[in-house]
Design a binder for this molecule. Structure first.
Ligand code: 7TS
Length: 414
């Protein structure tokens, strides 16, 4: 896929917003290439959190006092900002704040799945799902008697779309698919999958944890019924996730967390629910985190999502090409010019954990392990892989540093 033609990023200026990137370990500068796990947080977002706690920290929806009103408005408007960011025309009613992508997934699995699924129903996932989707739907299937099926991943790391068309039938009630694989870097054709799902009256849940931080998202163009992502992977704080749902679906769904804030009227006998999205936000919500997420979105959009996408895809292609110089390397997933901004790999002679340890001694932070895709690694016949994942502040020089460190690893284990 051709990345959009855009102006290059001013990486030096961007890096100045992230003091953590100046860290050195015994004189060795940090090279942070673990952005798929969590991204770093710019000063603007840290300042938004500090400003909230310093100036208008209060609980929301409850008090009528000035601080509570200020906090409530900022918190509610953060929902509008997120809706705008992902193209949800229904506004805040379609945006539920959760703790992370995992909780967004569980919210739908419990609130929709437990009551809608039963024996004879099928949930279609893909072999490249993150455990957040895989384990959640697997366990909901066990509770409800529904069956889980998996769309095959082919040898190049793409979804086998013929298999998807075979598996998605009138028995399918939910298709849950990762937009961008956190292990393979594959960009999945989610809008085509949405069409197939809808042709069979199935819903589709798109896991956007690795797409929303990096590319422009339009949930309505995708025609996703549900879409989820995490703040901490997109310059936001930890402890905030988003669940987008089409308004009529969220309207029909019962909440699965009960308590304060999510109710309208309560008697000793029964209760009714608050309007959307508050019906799904029980208890004191993620106030500071939600406000800071809106700030992170401002930060990313000021840079420009198209430019971010182009920058990262160019870095991924460069990393792919440089890694390909090693003869004894196995790179997981699609070719370098058709992937998102991450590359997972294995050197024949060195275990992924040793790779990451040696890289760490060169200041280079990558992730090693199964990246919460154990069944996919089993299928690929490897216990683990090392993964470099890029963001707005990364450079080609940092990739060169990683390559030099890998040379070292190979010599050590030769
Ligand atoms: N879905 C995908 C595709 C992910 O990559 C992750 C996190 C999640 C869901 C869960 O996100 P969370 O915020 O709820 O934890 N992925 C990774 C990773 O690749 N390394 O660390 C976390």
């Amino acid at each position: 896929m051709e990345p959009p033609q855009t102006e290059p990023l001013d990486v030096d200026r961007i890096r100045s917003d992230f003091p953590i990137l100046e860290r050195e370990f015994d004189g060795t500068p940090l090279v942070y290439l673990d952005n798929a796990a969590t991204s770093q947080t710019p000063d603007q977002v840290v300042d938004a959190i500090a400003h909230y706690y310093r100036h208008y920290n209060a609980n929301v929806h409850r008090g009528l006092h000035q601080l509570s009103q200020e906090a409530s408005i900022a918190y509610e408007e953060a929902h509008d900002r997120v809706a705008e960011f992902i193209g949800a025309s229904g506004g805040r009613e379609e945006v539920v704040f959760t703790k992370n992508t995992t909780e967004s997934m569980n919210t739908v699995a419990y609130a929709w799945g437990l009551s809608e699924l039963g024996p004879g129903d099928e949930i279609v996932l893909t072999e490249m799902e993150h455990h957040a989707a895989l384990v959640t739907w697997q366990q909901i299937a066990k509770k409800t008697g529904a069956e889980v099926k998996f769309v095959r991943v082919d040898e190049e790391g793409y979804l086998d779309m013929d298999h998807a068309r075979e598996l998605i039938t009138d028995d399918t009630e939910m298709v849950s698919v990762v937009h961008v694989s956190n292990t393979l870097g594959t960009i999945n054709p989610v809008s085509e999958l949405a069409d197939i799902a809808h042709d069979h009256d199935s819903l589709i849940f798109v896991d956007g944890a690795q797409s929303a931080p990096h590319v422009s998202i339009d949930v309505e163009a995708i025609d996703a019924d549900f879409f989820a992502f995490s703040g901490h992977k997109m310059c936001g704080p930890t402890g905030i996730g988003v669940l987008y749902g089409k308004e009529h679906l969220l309207e029909e769904m019962q909440p699965y967390l009960y308590g304060g804030m999510m109710i309208s009227k309560v008697t000793f006998e029964d209760s009714t629910w608050h309007e959307l999205p508050w019906k799904f936000e029980a208890g004191t919500p993620v106030i500071a985190q939600g406000i800071a997420l809106a700030e992170a979105i401002d930060y990313l959009e000021d840079i420009g999502m198209d430019r971010i996408e182009a920058h990262e895809e160019a870095l991924a292609e460069y990393a792919y090409d440089r890694l390909s110089e090693f003869e004894d390397i196995d790179i997981l997933g699609p070719p370098g010019d058709d992937r998102a901004g991450l590359v997972s790999f294995n050197l024949d002679s060195v275990h992924a954990h040793d790779v990451s340890e040696i890289l760490n001694s060169h200041g280079v932070a990558v992730r090693a392990g199964d990246h919460c895709t154990q069944p996919l690694h089993d299928k690929l016949g490897v216990p683990a892989s090392a993964r470099a994942s890029f963001y707005i502040y990364n450079t080609r020089e940092e990739i060169d540093t990683m390559i030099d460190a890998l040379e070292d690893a190979r010599e050590l284990f030769a």
